[in-house]
Design a protein around this ligand. Structure first.
Ligand code: PLP
Length: 372
């Protein structure tokens, strides 16, 4: 079996160190907002080239709190893509604001800035570009338009920790960067976790208040907050893992580049593109391929755990029907959702395993051609 990623192997490689820090936390009796969270916040801020970072309970909460910190709510509009994980859009709806979808670029899978000005209205407050699969969004034009129209930019960096755009880390480009430590991310914890980066003292302070029941001093609540704290055990594990991140990202890039070599001449497949002046950390290695569903089924029958991120765009999901979008509104997004396929990519995968994935993929293509 070739998994989409191998968390057990990663754990084995660092088992002693992780078990030691978890035990230390358990013995310390200090489980919430202790020294591990503040040490991790310092390290992540510096890793992401930002002034501050604020640990929260998940990547979803990171986005939610970012919107809350900007006082975005009913009557406001937030522009984002429909081709993303649901959390990006869910949190906009949760604040009471209206998600406004925008088309993506067919090669990068990311927000197409050329469509942006058409979507801006007097109600628009913010834009959420998503660095999907770890591929940095072409940010310069977006930041320029945001400045011109006085809009906030919240980067959804859930899949992109360590990616860079024009030499700068993602998460340091907009007003805030929102990261997920979900186990499948390049830097994952052993449960849920997230963090928000920002260069603003004001926003960092406000985020810390919101994540902790709107309170600076216990039992005094200056605003309506919630409980969204990264816990000490997760922070301690992440502190052990962070020093490995650059090497893991480098390995994922090597895996991507070997897939590129193996797949370059397979005419049915379009390999992922990388924009100039970007460094993609390949949270996913995602190809475009016709007959995607049949190919995916075939691979899985052969124990190769390919994945589809994401089969149904958010503007066509039942939960977001109230927004009034219909099939045909975003042709590129809709066609991508039918052809994208992510192949196993993780630092520990061997070249032999990659060759097996590609051989099986070629057989799947031949088989689906024969049955079309
Ligand atoms: C693009 C994107 N945004 C947000 C999230 C939400 O992160 P979490 O699962 O940590 O809540 C994810 C997680 O998969 C994601 O991929």
């Amino acid at each position: 079996m070739i998994p989409i990623l191998d968390l057990k192997q990663q754990y084995k490689d660092m088992q002693k160190d992780i078990e030691k820090v978890v035990l230390d936390v358990m013995q310390s009796g200090n489980y919430i907002l202790g020294k591990n969270v503040s040490a991790l916040e310092e390290k992540i801020a510096s890793y992401c080239e930002s002034e501050h970072s604020v640990g929260v309970a998940s990547g979803t909460d990171a986005l939610h709190l970012a919107l809350r910190a900007l006082d975005i709510g009913p009557g406001d509009e937030v522009i984002t893509v429909s081709f993303t994980f649901v959390a990006t859009v869910e949190v906009i709806a949760l604040t009471g604001a209206t998600p406004v979808f925008i088309e993506v670029d067919e090669n990068t899978f990311n927000l197409d800035y050329k469509e942006l000005e058409k979507k801006i209205t007097p109600k628009t407050k913010a834009i959420i570009p998503v660095h999907l699969y770890g591929q940095p969004v072409d940010m310069s034009p977006i930041l320029k338009i945001a400045k011109q129209y006085d809009l906030y930019v919240i980067e959804d960096c859930a899949q992109a920790i360590g990616s860079t755009y024009k030499g700068k880390k993602v998460g340091s480009l907009g007003d805030m960067g929102c990261f997920s430590f979900f186990p499948t991310k390049n830097l994952g914890c052993f449960g849920d976790g997230g963090i928000i980066t920002t260069n603003s003292d004001y926003l960092a302070e406000k985020l810390k208040v919101i994540r902790n029941h709107g309170s600076k001093t216990r039992y005094y609540h200056e605003e309506i907050g919630l409980n969204s704290r990264l816990d000490e055990i997760q922070a301690a594990i992440l502190r052990v893992k962070l020093p490995y991140l650059d090497n893991w990202n480098k390995k994922r890039r090597e895996v991507a580049s070997y897939y590129n070599e193996l797949l370059r001449d397979v005419e049915e497949i379009q390999i992922p593109c990388e924009l100039e002046e970007t460094y993609c950390i390949y949270n996913q290695y995602t190809i475009k391929i016709p007959n995607r569903d049949k190919i995916n089924d075939y691979l899985r029958e052969k124990n190769i755990m390919s994945m589809i991120y994401y089969p149904v765009p958010l503007h066509l999901q039942e939960a977001y029907g109230y927004l009034g979008y219909k099939e045909g509104d975003f042709p590129i997004t809709e066609s991508l959702s039918k052809v994208v396929l992510s192949l196993p990519n993780f630092p520990e995968i061997t070249k032999k395993q990659q060759e097996a994935v590609v051989e099986t993929l070629k057989k799947a293509i031949a088989k689906t051609k024969a049955t079309v």
